[in-house]
Design a protein around this ligand. Structure first.
Ligand SMILES: Nc1ncnc2c1ncn2[C@@H]1O[C@H](COP(=O)(O)OP(=O)(O)OP(=O)(O)O)[C@@H](O)[C@H]1O
Length: 314
């Protein structure tokens, strides 16, 4: 049998286009994912994240561009890739009439060296619903089972589509811990998410996608650091005059931008300092508006997204 091509990158996507009808939902997307790293594809609903991942999983054929997973074509080389790639679909994608434990045992039997099932069961808390059929599992339970089936075969690449969606905080942390360990074992983990904290906590590399295109990428640190910029967050009455507020904040200080991110929530981004806060509280007092929350902190990925698109992620 010829040796598999040696790939430095676990996943390489170049100029990917996927159309539904005449609409390109993925529109010239480039992405690279390394072994031993978590790559998070971050973007709002409908950005094209799932479609991109489905092209990597061989579930959809690109209309243009190339996708390589471990140097192979996900559609043409599906048989060779199957034992080396783990997939967690957004809707679980599992047969519904089988009890959870039986499902996991069945999947494990397909691999030469599966992970110990008792350990995986314990870690992801699968024991409490082992005998329940997939159909009757809650959304979060189904997600945990889907994750277990994705990683039980010790894949070299794991595609996880919104791995912690719908989970309670305890389960979410168990999932995050497992993802970190996969990374430490050398697995290339590619996950989609629209949860900022998930990307900030887990990702070595973040790819921000909007309208089927990459609009920014880098480490979280690269993306959020921008000189002395900080974000001042303010909760107050909806509909404040942000133009007048920005003018008041920049009158005797450096330039900042002000946005009402959702009704009654505002973000002031820029070199926010003590004079900015003083000017803000003075302006609010003049308008007879009470701030119910005021914080100053470092920029987040949410701020980056807001800067790039003028919209919030959710
Ligand atoms: N089979 C399909 N036929 C037609 N349109 C589709 C199909 N699958 C997805 N789409 C559309 O493609 C766009 C991108 O969908 P996709 O699921 O890739 O986005 P996403 O970024 O994963 O969003 P979400 O965060 O909501 O999961 C959406 O507008 C969606 O309605």
């Amino acid at each position: 049998m010829p040796a598999s091509p040696v790939a430095e990158q676990a996943v390489e996507i170049s100029g990917l286009v996927k159309r539904y009808g005449d609409r390109a939902v993925v529109d010239g997307l480039d992405l690279v994912a390394r072994p031993g790293a978590v790559t998070a594809v971050l973007g709002p609903n409908g950005a094209g994240k799932t479609t991109t991942i489905e092209c990597c999983e061989g579930l959809r054929r690109p209309d243009a561009g190339t996708v390589r997973v471990l140097g192979l074509d996900p559609v043409d080389d599906a048989r060779e890739l199957r034992p080396r790639v783990g997939v967690m679909l957004q809707d679980g994608g599992l047969p519904t009439g089988v009890p959870a434990a039986q499902m996991l045992e069945h999947v494990a039997r397909m691999y030469a060296d599966p992970r110990p099932l008792d350990e995986l069961t314990e870690r992801l808390g699968l024991g409490s619903f082992a005998r329940t059929t997939v159909r009757r599992l809650s959304g979060g339970q189904r997600q945990r089972l889907a994750l277990a089936t994705a990683v039980v075969g010790r894949p070299q690449v794991a595609f996880l589509d919104e791995p912690s969606a719908g989970m309670d905080p305890q389960s979410r942390h168990a999932v995050w811990q497992l993802v970190r360990e996969l990374r430490d074992e050398g697995v290339a983990v590619v996950l989609t998410t629209h949860l900022m904290d998930e990307a900030e906590d887990l990702a070595d590399h973040v790819v921000v996608v909007d309208h089927g295109k990459v609009i920014a990428q880098g480490s979280v640190r690269d993306l959020v650091s921008s000189g002395d910029d900080r974000t001042l967050r303010l909760d107050a009455t909806p509909g404040l005059d942000v133009v007048a507020l920005t003018a008041a904040l920049t009158a005797d200080g450096p330039g900042v931008t002000t946005t009402e991110t959702s009704p009654g929530s505002y973000a002031v981004v820029g070199p926010v300092g003590p004079t900015t806060v003083a000017a803000l509280t003075r302006w609010l007092a003049e308008q007879d508006v009470l701030a119910t929350r005021l914080t100053v902190g470092r920029r987040t990925l949410e701020d980056v997204f807001l800067d790039l698109t003028g919209r919030t992620l959710r």
